[in-house]
Design a protein around this ligand. Structure first.
Ligand code: NAD
Length: 297
């Protein structure tokens, strides 16, 4: 299938190459020349601009930083350049309101559009093991599913347009809050004289168990290997967690939802970012909370 791909950064670069590996013809564009060059080295063809990347495409995939980029790229460059009926797939993590508005614009132009944000970081994007949460009609989902499968291990229909973004920010709000609760508990356990590994062994088999504890333990040397064992480098940057928490809190305000734990997590990740922690893995917040572990490399 001929696919136009716009946004070849940390995530999109790997995703585009997995489409190539899946046998698709990928015509790509990014404002950054080095990103475009990497994609071309992996088998994509370069386009001179976003409109040229999608001209004649049967499907379009975008992986851009935020809602304002997605709205501008679709409205100013893609809608006028794609053939009628083209399937549009936006994989960026953006606000629910913009996702819904852009999808409505697409529908008014007779294009099928889905929002398909991902869970999984740069390694999962490169390895083709992302999880996609998809918002859009059943027909659009059915068309998007085989394309997304070439880039991921799970493709799940969340509901109507915007539902993929809603699922993503709700999931990451749980993740942000449970990571902080896990960090607090591990730090307290240590201060109470408990061996952290012993506490891990107990909590991982008791009701304190969570993904943050047992798959991504924020203490080095405890549990399976995680970014904590690599000096909190790589993994999921605290700045990206903060971005997702801000999206969740903004959506909660619009929906009159009470999100006290999510709001606390947002404030704490903001404070952590303000001390220079934004580029570190999000589990590094344990050092900020406890004050006993290094937060700077
Ligand atoms: P990135 O900044 O590395 O990549 C974004 C790319 O978009 C850049 O290469 C940039 O040059 C390009 N771009 C921006 N405006 C453009 C335009 N008008 N036309 C063409 N290209 C344009 O970001 P990323 O880490 O790849 O993240 C992309 C999205 O995925 C974000 O919404 C992010 O929240 C989400 N996400 C990221 C991760 C992660 O671990 N990095 C994980 C899950 C979801």
């Amino acid at each position: 299938m001929k696919i136009g791909f716009v946004g070849l950064g940390n995530m999109g670069g790997g995703m585009a190459l997995n489409l190539v590996k899946g046998g698709h013809e990928v015509v790509a564009f990014d404002l950054a020349e080095d990103a475009l060059a990497r994609a071309c080295a992996g088998g994509c063809s370069a386009a001179a601009n976003a409109g040229a990347a999608v001209a004649g495409a049967e499907a379009v995939v975008t992986m851009l930083p935020a809602g304002r980029h997605v709205a501008a790229v679709y409205r100013d460059q893609l809608f006028g350049a794609v053939p009628a009926g083209t399937l549009l797939i936006d994989c960026s993590t953006i606000d629910v309101a913009t996702a819904k508005a852009v999808a409505a614009d697409a529908e008014a132009r007779s294009h099928a559009m889905v929002d398909a944000p991902v869970s999984g970081g740069i390694a999962a994007a490169a390895g083709g093991t992302l999880t996609f949460m998809v918002g859009g009609t059943s027909q659009a989902f059915a068309r998007a599913e085989p394309i997304l499968q070439a880039m991921g291990k799970a493709v799940i229909h969340a509901g109507e347009a915007g539902s993929g973004q809603a699922a993503k920010i709700c999931n990451n709000m749980v993740l942000g809050a449970t990571m902080i609760a896990t960090c607090e508990a591990l730090a307290l356990a240590r201060r109470l004289g408990l061996d952290p590994q012993r506490f891990y062994d107990i909590a991982s088999k008791a009701s304190g168990q969570s993904w943050s504890l047992t798959s991504y333990c924020p203490l080095p040397g405890v549990g399976p290997e995680s970014p904590a064992d690599r000096g909190y480098e790589g993994g999921f940057a605290a700045a990206l967690m903060l971005k997702d928490l801000k999206l969740a809190i903004a959506a909660a305000h619009g929906a009159d939802a009470a999100v006290p734990m999510g709001s606390a997590a947002e404030s704490l990740y903001q404070a952590f970012a303000n001390t220079g922690g934004g580029a570190r893995d999000f589990s590094a917040i344990i050092g900020f909370l406890d004050g006993t572990l290094p937060t700077a490399p």
